[in-house]
Design a protein around this ligand. Sequence first.
Ligand SMILES: [Zn+2]
Length: 1013
Amino acid sequence: MRWGLRPRGPGPGALAAAWNLWGPPRLLPCRPGWRGAARGLVVRSVAGASNQLQSASEGKYRDTVLLPQTSFPMKLLGRQQPDTELELQQKCGFSELYSWQRERKVKTEFCLHDGPPYANGDPHVGHALNKILKDIANRYHMMRGSKIHFVPGWDCHGLPIEVKVLSELGGKARDLSAMEIREKARSFAKAAIEKQRSAFIRWGIMADWDNGYYTFDGSYEAKQLRIFYQMYDKGLIYRSYKPVFWSPSSRTALAEAELEYNPQHVSRSVYVKFPLSKPAPKLASLIDGSSPVSILVWTTQPWTIPANQAVCYMPDAKYAVVKCSTSGELYVLAADKVTFVASALKTTFEVISTFSGADLENGTCAHPLIPDKVSPLLPANHVTMTKGTGLVHTAPAHGMEDYSVASQHNLSTDCLVDEDGVFTAAAGPELQNKAVLDEGTDVVIKMLQASKNLLLEEKLVHSYPYDWRTKKPVVIRASKQWFINITELKATAKELLKKVKFIPGSAQNAMVDMMDRRPYWCISRQRVWGVPIPVFHHKTKDEVLINSQTIEHIAKLVEQHGSDIWWTLPPEQLLPKEVLSQVGGPDALEYEPGRDILDIWFDSGTSWACVLPGTDQRADLYLEGKDQLGGWFQSSLLTSVAVRKRAPFRTVVVHGFTLGEKGEKMSKSLGNVIDPDVVINGGKDQSKEPPYGADVLRWWVAESNVFTEVTLGPSALNAAREDISKLRNTLRFLLGNVAGFNPETDSIPVNKMYVLDQYVLHLLQDLASKITDSYKQYDFGKVIRLLQAFYTRELSNFYFSIIKDRLYCEKANDPKRRSCQTALAEILDVIVRSFAPILPHLAEEVFQHVPYLKEPKSVFRTGWITTSSVWKKPGLEEAMESACAMRDAFLRSIPGKNAAEHQVTIVIEPGLLFEIIEMLQAEETSSTSQLNELMMASQTTLLPQDPPAMPADATELRGTFLINLEGGDIREESEYKVIVTPTTKEKCPRCWKYTAEASDTLCPRCADVVGGK
Ligand SMILES: [Zn+2]
């Protein structure tokens, strides 16, 4: 039997035409989008056939029908979901998968470099989002045949851990030695790592869990020290006195990435007079000397006024001398700001004259607080007109731009504020020991009042940097720190970034912008929980000792014993003998080890050197949250560029943050924090927080648009569970209907399969190639959308509803049934592999239930989707579309009624369309043809002209169909008629189709099947 092509009449021409239509070759689909239209109709079609399973399972012929058989459960209830996952992890060797795939002899390697999460606190949904995305990528590449390199890491040092440990110790913390703090910090980090690791494993993440990397490991630290020296040796690392963000509450310098901006911060802003002491020559001619003249400045940080060294102006801007109607004094300010400032001061200004900023050159004014101190007027290009007076108070110790003006003009950069954020003795007795952001500000304002230089003080709400850890405001303060000169590195890095693929593409510019905003990278911190900056300071002179010999010596010690040696060994042992003898020997050592540690971003930024394999040491993929555009992506890039002028990554995928269901931040106070462990195992009240298992979490991750913010809440989790449940139903149907089928012996060759089955395989290979493409683009949401569309529309609503009669009512080994099963087995295989990277537990569970896999291996050990090129038959689409157009017309005419209770006559004028439809039905009238199966009618008649007589109860439907073949070369529009009449047959008691001659007799097909048993 050859249902694939059964042209009526023997002619070889017809046969050739049929091959053209059904065969794989030249015919191209011409009408994209038709399937959309077909979907509409197939949805409506379900009612007619869906009750067949139920009906066939009742009655006296129940034992003669072949209902689906599988032990694959429809639903996993309650604890069953998480428990089944744990069993599968054991049974299918989740923990051995990483080493198994490493041992394979394969040519390609895929390296995903794990950005180390911070070893602080419990696993949270942000971790889940990140680690699951990575795992989906890894599992996909592994199934496609690459060897995966994925070494999980942890960022173990740093202030957040140190602060947490100290705060837990309370008052006792002050008496602890550096080593005591380090030991406590280490055990704190270790405990956090353990907790996180077991959660990651529970989520099904495949990795080298026994050989992770840890930034507190001696070997890691030693490599980092060597990188530090390589950069130092190239002149990229230097020590300098500069203003940096300083956290008084943590007593350390902070990097930009360690700041949080508080938009509700309140500052006390002031308008201050700087009396003009020596006007510039041009300006002198504009004032008559009858009234005092002052330069007006405005600042939000009055406490920096004592450190003022200059006032800056914009040379190209227009300035004005104005007379204040209240005081009668003359003020100088930007011409554009006259109205605004006058109204702020609740007065009016009369403009006396205007002049160019350049005319202020060589002028000076008196310091508003320090008698006899002069502040020069200096040009600068950072002055803007958006805020203030257009004249900028400049305190080089407290501003990055102020500092650069000071370096150009040799101004003092002395800092009057100590590490606690308190004025030093140099600030004078009135200010000494006062906290600058507190009482210090208050006293400065009072002093300005006393000197009669304060014009106005007002509260200003604005965005201000806070210490990310202590949540307290920071200051900018000059101190001696270690820096990386990133000016040149940035230029090279930007060039190299052009060759890196970013997903989404916009992340590339965001990263460049963030790099541009960074003036320099301060890498020293004044804490103890970290890697020491490996230098020795001269005891009396401002000199440091560092060279290749000292570094090698320290690196070897650290490699063996860890960086504790910096605090535990006597200084003379930290130096190699040959160096020691040059610097005074053990008894008169002129140097002492420095007390600064490295910024943790330098720690983690050097991970490429410590973790990435091969001589290339470049990862195929970095995949992290968008905060890393200014963090780890950047510190990795800059250190890699510094050492070897190469980016450490080929592709960078950037995901958003996790938010609550309404897009709000997750926080304990809002009560919307979702604990991944509660998602998996359920909460205290399991009616409200049921145990969803890890696959639900993974599905949520995969289906979210991770390139924006990702929201999570109870309804997202419920929806994910519902989606998986629908997928389970599809899988159960597939598994149940391949029972008793052995692909090796029972498969039907593709060209001999039913046209409908061939068509489904055609759709399947299209699906497979789109799914593969989506994985390649890391667009897992698209994978899910493709898959869902396929199993709901093409399968459940269309294919499955049509084939049930063949599956249940034909003989077990009837080739018609085997044809269908051949397709089902292929569908099952493709679908399972398609979602396996996303839902590894469900994929393994299905593999355990495939009846013809006697000793099922893990699905992950059996490769990626394979489809056959012979499945691809674009010509089939034209045939199916035309038949479905007629079917649609028919089903639409009998809303809510059973299609099987009707018979259909299709009339098509002789021509191409007739020939196409004729392929599906050889006889004029048939209740067993492929065309009738598709119509799901009692019987279908195919005629080239109108029937001689129309029954009175007939409904006639008309339509046209445009055949479009071979890329438009063959176009032919044909009319067709569908004539629908109530069936004249009776309902067969076995198959419930209206194909029997009498209600108590079997239809001929069923009589044959039952009789043959
Ligand atoms: Zn029957």
